[in-house]
Design a protein around this ligand. Structure first.
Ligand code: MG
Ligand code: MG
Length: 256
């Protein structure tokens, strides 16, 4: 069942989203060669808990950390550890925060030091595909319109989309109905309604779309070892369009 949120619920989700954005901001400032993903995890934990929230991911199906930190060919669910970031890496940071029972969920891919043009292009296209999808987020449109816009944009640039990983509804549960695929036909799926809250999250591979899950049961990589990127915002459908709940000032900046 797809819920629409009350004004009070949306206030709590906006606060959750604001805290997620603060954690993203703090991590962005800390990312540089030599920093470990465990250090980044600690930064997010401190920001989230000092703002009266809890990390949504910690303990979710047994996930051991506050953030997912996914480097280079790791698509999603990388577990923070003592791995040091290197110049030329890219890292996708996924953060969830739960404030008074409501979740915000957002992911961002960062360059570590200097990365090459091809990598920057992958990041640009993935981030832009999120906003191409969001252009379709308004009452009266179908969910498939968002999915279609993302998929068309990504495929037009010659990249691929891992079919098994999708966006989702978000609210009192981290993952709610509906599933939000990153590809598919327009004009299908549920009609979007004011008050629906969705996490839209294109994931894009530079190479082939297949993935593999590592032995830890969490870490998902591109099967062909190609680079991948991941951008996500939690949004609410408004009367005339949408509002981003997890907006960070840097989101308008390329490769921020
Ligand atoms: Mg996420
Ligand atoms: Mg999500």
């Amino acid at each position: 069942m797809i819920s629409t949120k009350s004004a009070r619920e949306l206030e709590l989700m906006k606060e959750a989203g604001r805290i997620v954005a603060l954690a993203h901001q703090a991590i962005k400032e800390a990312i540089k060669p030599g920093v470990t993903t465990k250090q980044l995890d600690k930064i997010a934990y401190d920001v989230i808990t000092s703002n009266g929230a809890r990390p949504s991911f910690k303990g979710y199906n047994g996930f051991p950390a506050s953030i997912c930190a996914s480097i280079n060919d790791v698509l999603v669910h990388g577990i923070p550890d003592n791995t040091k970031l290197k110049d030329g890496d890219i890292i996708s940071i996924d953060i969830g925060a739960c404030y008074k029972g409501y979740h915000g969920d957002s992911a961002w891919t960062h360059a570590v030091g200097e990365v090459d043009e091809k990598t920057l292009h992958l990041m640009d296209v993935t981030r832009e595909s999120l906003f191409e999808g969001l252009k379709q987020a308004k009452p009266g449109n179908h969910l498939g319109d968002i999915s279609h816009a993302i998929g068309e944009y990504v495929h037009a640039h010659g990249y691929s989309i891992p079919m098994d990983y999708t966006g989702h509804g978000v609210g009192s549960q981290l993952h709610e109905d509906p599933i939000v695929p990153n590809y598919g036909p327009a004009g299908r799926g549920v009609l979007l309604k004011e008050g629906m809250t969705l996490a839209i999250e294109p994931m894009v591979h530079m190479g082939k779309p297949q993935t593999k899950t590592m032995r830890d049961g969490w870490t998902v990589k591109t099967k062909d070892g190609s680079l991948c990127a991941h951008y996500e915002h939690s949004i609410v459908i408004t009367k005339n369009g949408y509002e981003i709940l997890t907006k960070i000032p840097e989101m308008e900046v390329k490769n921020g």
